[in-house]
Design a protein around this ligand. Structure first.
Ligand code: HEC
Ligand code: HEC
Length: 228
């Protein structure tokens, strides 16, 4: 056991500084870079080797775009910190199977996920689910307030259901429904467009996005970005 722990900390300690590009450097003390065992999805047992491999990948490879602990700075790259493990694993499987298909998914994530095996996918999901979250910048208060109303009440006249029903009152996600709180507004806006035009082909969210116009999408995205 001790031997395993020692080799994990070596693997963790090594790539942290070497691989981080300056634009995405964040305080990431190596000592707590590995999530606690208790944070793994309950039904998937993750062995220490997969856990170490996932931390190494997350910090050294995925971190280039998503930030070493899943708090990306650029809005094109979604924040992964605190995201539901089941949702993360489902998306990585979808990129791997090339079924999540808008152009950014194709050009950035199909290749990234193409080489991941199942145990690495579950370990990466557990890694990000266990990372601390952070609210993004808050936008124009009037726009945010409009977005808050859409999130909480939907738009009954357009048959748009309240987002909170599935994504949780605080936007932290419920069950397998993803967390949206703290996500980049620009990324949310783009996903809503991709659900609406079917490039990201998900029936539930296609139905939801159908009734939203661009200014309503912008409002709900601005609200969500500002949530902790
Ligand atoms: C070169 C940049 C880049 C790298 C490296 C990268 N990603 Fe991504 N990732 C993206 C982009 C861009 C998207 C958004 C795609 C879209 O808009 O559909 C994304 C989306 C995702 C999503 C979906 C998030 C959500 O909220 O639905 C997950 C999960 C993910 N990446 C995990 C990873 C993992 C794990 C790695 C490392 C193995 C990785 N990414 C490496 C650019 C990158
Ligand atoms: C009936 C349930 C339901 C409702 C209501 C709902 N969603 Fe979703 N949403 C989902 C599911 C399920 C997914 C995951 C889709 C997938 O598997 O790719 C999702 C995914 C998303 C994503 C992509 C997240 C990511 O990280 O890529 C966004 C953005 C989103 N929803 C926004 C909203 C907004 C805004 C509303 C309200 C206007 C809303 N949703 C209402 C079920 C729902």
């Amino acid at each position: 056991m001790l031997k395993i722990l020692v080799s994990i900390s070596l693997v963790l300690a090594m790539p942290v500084r070497a691989a981080e590009p300056p634009a995405t450097v964040e305080p990431a003390p190596a000592a707590d870079a590995a999530p606690a065992v208790a944070d793994a999805p309950a039904e998937v047992a993750i062995d220490p080797a997969a856990r170490a491999q996932a931390s190494r990948l997350a910090i050294g490879v995925c971190g280039t775009c998503h930030g070493p602990r899943g708090i990306s700075q650029q809005p094109k790259f979604p924040r992964l910190a605190g995201q539901n493990a089941n949702y993360l694993a489902a998306q990585l499987h979808a990129f791997h199977a090339q079924t999540r298909g808008d152009p950014d998914a194709m050009s950035y994530m199909w290749g990234m996920a193409g080489t991941l095996d199942d145990s690495t996918i579950y370990a990466l999901a557990a890694y990000y689910a266990a990372q601390p979250t952070r609210a993004g910048d808050s936008g124009d208060p009037a726009v945010v307030a409009r977005g808050a109303a859409i999130f909480k009440d939907g738009i009954p006249s357009e048959s748009v259901p309240p987002c909170a029903t599935c994504h949780g009152a605080d936007g932290h996600g419920v069950g397998d429904f993803p967390r949206l709180a703290g996500q980049h507004a620009q990324y949310i806006l783009k996903q809503l467009g991709s659900f609406q035009n079917g490039l990201r082909n998900v029936a539930i969210m296609h139905g939801v996005a159908q009734g939203l116009n661009v200014s309503e999408m912008r409002a709900v995205a601005a609200f969500l970005q500002a949530q902790p």
